[in-house]
Design a protein around this ligand. Structure first.
Ligand code: UDP
Length: 462
């Protein structure tokens, strides 16, 4: 009788998503959740920290539960991001376990639902052990490029070979067996404490313990990173699903900050392909001097610009009080500054012809998807790897190699926006846009939609 009841109405499956609470990680996790809900038919619970929490009204079809992160807003503007990430993995454990037990208890009260598994950001690895204790499967979402992950994994070898801590004298040298990266492109700085960092790396890429995730979901494209993904697949004992770029598979309002849509009307008044869009990430901290160099580089380039300056990004200022004297007069109506932009719409706007970016992985894929070439100003971590690929391998970007310096910025913007080099780069970037479009929708063995379908089948198979 009981068996008959089950065959008549199979239980709906619920997935628990655990994003890392920074914009570049929240976005792909919620996009994945939206896809799995609308196309896969799963119910979704998002286990989010109180820090950087989202407006649940943007996701009426998701359930939200909160984790006790014990991270203050102050600590989360990360002077030491590695320490904050390690703390999150300790602090969130107890509340996550409580919330999971509540969900499982609700399931046994015959709610018509069963918890099918946990999908967590690669940086929220504490979930794996708890999921395993509760007899749930876990899956990891990687939100950086495969190349950046591979470079992180290689740091352990480089440390064993005596290359760490990095020395100024070898920064320009190529890394043995890691083409095309130079030591300066590694996701580590001269001052990183490698002992702490290696703890994080080992946990993030641990696939060999019984509690480890059962599959890796990757917001990247197999054709774009084919050799790196092949190498990672060779070493991986679990399946890998490269299902990116997620923003092309589903639309979802994932912004933590309020977007200023007025800048789209400003863009409407500009000619085609003339505006340089400037946004250097959601985790950024600039000195007044660097901010001044950016401002004069933009002003002197004579190019129209739309510039995102996040409140608090300039040390010692609330917003843009530190703009240099004479800058506004010099620029007039040629510039527009906002606190946060609807970036995907901006990049899709016909007026935008270049993107000056920190090369976060989401920004990189959003720019390539719209065929917009990039001026690359990586600040830290995976951004440096992405910038190297953009400028040296894919040749759709120009890298500012020596930090923020106004003459180099002015020159970089000119090269990106006008002349023969710019025309050729724009052509190449348009090719990327077409390839992405084709890859996302094609239905053969290695496209994002095929991998997503396989992932859904896997999630239903347990
Ligand atoms: N973003 C946005 N508005 C802005 C600046 C950024 O919506 O004004 C979004 C952008 O579209 C991207 C995310 O914030 O999806 C930033 O992620 P990314 O991986 O590029 O960089 P991170 O901020 O994590 O370093």
């Amino acid at each position: 009788m009981e068996k008959e009841k089950q065959t008549q109405s199979p239980k709906r499956r619920r997935l628990v998503l655990v994003p890392c609470p920074y914009q570049g990680h929240i976005t792909p996790m919620l996009q994945l959740g939206s896809f799995l809900h609308t196309v896969g038919g799963f119910s979704i619970t998002v286990a989010h920290t109180r820090f950087n929490s989202l407006d649940p009204s943007n996701f009426p079809h998701f359930q939200f539960v909160y984790l006790d992160d014990r991270i203050s807003e102050h600590e989360a503007i990360p002077a030491d991001l590695i320490a904050v990430l390690l703390d999150l993995n300790v602090n969130c454990r107890a509340s996550f376990e409580d919330e999971m037990r509540k969900l499982i208890a609700a399931e046994s009260e015959d709610s018509g639902e069963v918890v099918a598994g946990v999908i967590h950001d690669e940086l929220m690895f504490f979930c794996e052990e708890i999921a395993s204790d509760l007899k749930l499967r876990s899956f990891v979402l990687r939100t950086t490029s495969a190349a950046a992950s591979f470079a992180r994994m290689t740091l352990v070898r480089l440390n064993d070979e005596g290359f760490l801590p990095l020395k100024e004298s070898i920064l320009q040298d190529p890394i043995p067996k890691l083409h095309p990266l130079r030591f300066k492109d590694l996701p580590i700085s001269l001052t990183t404490n490698f002992t702490k960092y290696s703890t994080l790396i080992k946990k993030m890429y641990n696939m060999k313990t019984p509690t480890a995730a059962k599959a890796i979901i990757w917001n990247t494209m197999e054709w774009l990173e084919d050799s790196t993904i092949a190498e990672i697949k060779n070493k991986s004992i679990v399946p890998i699903f490269p299902i990116g770029p997620l923003h092309r598979m589903v639309s979802a309002r994932t912004s933590v900050l309020k977007e200023d849509f007025n800048c789209l009307s400003w863009l409407d008044k500009q000619a085609h392909d003339v505006v340089i869009y400037v946004a250097i990430g959601s985790i950024v901290s600039l000195s007044e001097k660097e901010f001044g160099e950016m401002a004069w580089g933009l002003a002197n380039s004579q190019q129209p610009f739309l510039w995102v300056v996040q409140p608090g990004a300039i040390r010692g200022s609330e917003w843009i009080e530190a703009l240099p004297k004479g800058f506004r007069e010099s620029v007039g109506g040629r510039g527009c500054i906002v606190k946060w932009a609807p970036q995907k719409q901006v990049l899709a706007h016909k007026a935008v012809g270049g993107f000056w970016s920190h090369c976060g992985w989401n920004s990189t894929m959003e720019s390539l998807s719209e065929g917009v070439p990039m001026l690359c100003s990586p600040c830290f971590g995976d951004q440096k790897v992405n910038a190297r690929y953009l400028s040296y391998i894919w040749r759709v970007g120009i890298q500012l190699e020596n930090g923020l310096e106004k003459e180099a910025i002015e020159n970089g913007i000119r090269r990106l926006m006008v002349g023969e080099e710019s025309r050729e780069m724009r052509e190449r970037t348009k090719n990327f846009k077409e390839k992405i479009e084709a890859y996302v929708h094609k239905v053969d063995q290695c496209s994002s939609s095929t991998y997503l379908k396989e992932l859904v089948s896997l999630l239903y198979s347990f």
